[in-house]
Write a protein that binds this ligand. Structure first.
Ligand SMILES: Cc1cc2nc3c(=O)[nH]c(=O)nc-3n(C[C@H](O)[C@H](O)[C@H](O)COP(=O)(O)OP(=O)(O)OC[C@H]3O[C@@H](n4cnc5c(N)ncnc54)[C@H](O)[C@@H]3O)c2cc1C
Length: 433
């Protein structure tokens, strides 16, 4: 089903394909008193979901979650914080819900993994032994791909805001204090990267704010690609709300073949340059090329792509035994790098580990993803897909998923926003409550 949204079909397929996994997910197993230890690195969408579901599936497993910060900020909905449609507190989550499930939450940074001794070491000098380890550290950046751009510049002047937190607030503040008539530059990364529709939703959210507050301003998207996710839906939405394609368009998009790929940043001059031109911005948001989070490299879990190869039914690393990698850091293509995908992978991985630790058969998994984007209040779009494990690979389930129809239907587009906001509440409850 290519360009038609058929939610009933989609749900039917999730329902059918998800039977084996769902049964395994919700059945608490009694496997004797021996305490099996699972350690999880990273309390984001993947790690938090895995920790909670592991405890729900088998209370005899000791689950320790090592995570770098005392709070988690969701990437999803963070574009609405940038525009001012949401407050930062609405995307901030603590780990108190996971503690209630009996997860031992340790706020610390994992610095090394000894896969022979099965021990994780942390920055605070602690050691954690495990039977199985889950690594869900999210992303890191390929700073070397853009001259003059680095973590210090991102933290102080030109944010990426691609890991939600203080940089999300910085970008919000920069946008809100920019003069009317200013230029915002968004540099969009090459694939694969976290949240394929994200940069284009960000442009729409920023345009919404500027249209109503600083209407003489412009947004320039400089892209490292020639096409992007939900291309027709985004450009159609930009056209409807922000004049895209006209002389008065608030948004201009420059693809890679026209010199859009940013190669260098000049912080003092507040400019970026590509193959042909230099562009000056009042606010610059560089979203650099990405790779797996640092600990995945330190532990030797990555291949030459910079991401972690895994077996799709267990998410066990194909490089190191007893270590599972989920979320953005893993290679789970054709699934995208998204929060919903990380949540789905976490459940599959938790069910597989429970089975492996108790000597049971690994369930046949199915996986699901939907990404919602809000182009303007009352105008949302989505892309959805169901996946299954077949012949050693994750594959798309034929006939599942779909896109919001391109023909504009105001009621449907309004509903997509409601679905998106409800999805946000559901998924954050699912992971953190
Ligand atoms: C602007 C934007 C919009 C988005 N919109 C959507 C959307 O609409 N829908 C959607 O599904 N997804 C969306 N995403 C993507 C989503 O946020 C990510 O795909 C998802 O968070 C990935 O989960 P993860 O567990 O792999 O990584 P994360 O959620 O980033 O979690 C990683 C965690 O690990 C911690 N960590 C890392 N290294 C260590 C270490 N060594 N020791 C201890 N802790 C460590 C980090 O501090 C972090 O808490 C969006 C992302 C952005 C940036």
């Amino acid at each position: 089903m290519s360009n038609k949204h058929n939610r009933r079909n989609f749900l039917k397929i999730v329902g059918a394909g998800g039977v084996a996994t769902t049964a395994a997910l919700y059945t608490p197993l009694a496997i004797g008193s021996a305490s099996k230890k699972v350690v999880i690195i990273g309390g984001g969408m993947g790690g938090a979901t895995a920790a909670k579901y592991m405890r729900m599936m088998d209370k005899s497993i000791e689950v320790t979650l090592i995570t770098a910060d005392k709070n988690y900020y969701t990437g999803f909905a963070s574009n609405e914080v940038v525009s001012g449609e949401r407050h930062m507190t609405s995307i901030t989550f603590s780990y108190s819900g996971l503690r209630k499930h009996g997860v031992q939450v340790v706020v610390d940074t994992a610095t090394s993994i000894d896969e022979n001794k099965k021990v994780v070491r942390t920055a605070n000098g602690k050691k954690f032994a495990y039977d199985r380890l889950i690594v869900s550290p999210g992303i890191d950046f390929r700073w070397e791909t853009i001259d003059g751009y680095n973590a210090q510049v991102a933290n102080t002047r030109i944010p990426h805001a691609w890991i939600a937190g203080s940089q999300t607030e910085m970008l919000h503040n920069q946008l809100h204090s920019m003069k009317d008539g200013g230029t915002v530059i968004i540099a969009a990364p090459p694939s694969p990267f976290r949240c394929p529709p994200g940069p284009y939703e960000r442009a729409a959210q920023m345009a919404y704010y500027l249209k109503h507050n600083k209407p003489k301003s412009k947004i320039l998207i400089l892209d490292s690609k020639d096409r992007f996710s939900e291309f027709g839906l985004f450009t159609g939405g930009w056209k409807k709300h922000y004049g895209y394609g006209t002389d008065n368009s608030m948004i201009e998009w420059i693809p890679a073949y026209k010199g859009g790929a940013v190669e260098a940043v000049d912080v003092a001059n507040m400019s970026v340059s590509g193959e042909f031109d230099e562009f000056k911005g009042d606010v610059i948001n560089i979203i650099p090329a990405q790779k797996a989070g640092k600990i995945a490299f330190t532990a030797g879990l990555t291949d030459s792509s910079g991401w972690c190869p895994v077996q799709g039914n267990t998410f066990e690393s194909t490089i190191h035994k007893n270590i599972h990698v989920i979320g953005d850091a893993s290679i789970a293509s054709p699934m995208p790098k998204s929060g919903y995908a990380a949540n789905s992978e976490a459940k599959v991985c938790a069910a597989a580990i429970v089975a492996l630790l108790s000597g049971n058969k690994i369930p046949d998994p199915s996986y699901v993803n939907t990404c919602y984007s809000v182009i303007a209040p009352g105008d949302g779009i989505s892309v959805a897909m169901v996946y299954k494990y077949q012949n050693g690979k994750i594959v798309k389930v034929k006939g599942s998923g779909g896109l919001t129809p391109v023909e504009f239907n105001p009621k449907l587009r309004e509903r997509e926003v409601e679905y998106g906001h409800t999805w946000f509440n559901n998924i954050t409850n699912d992971a953190f409550s």
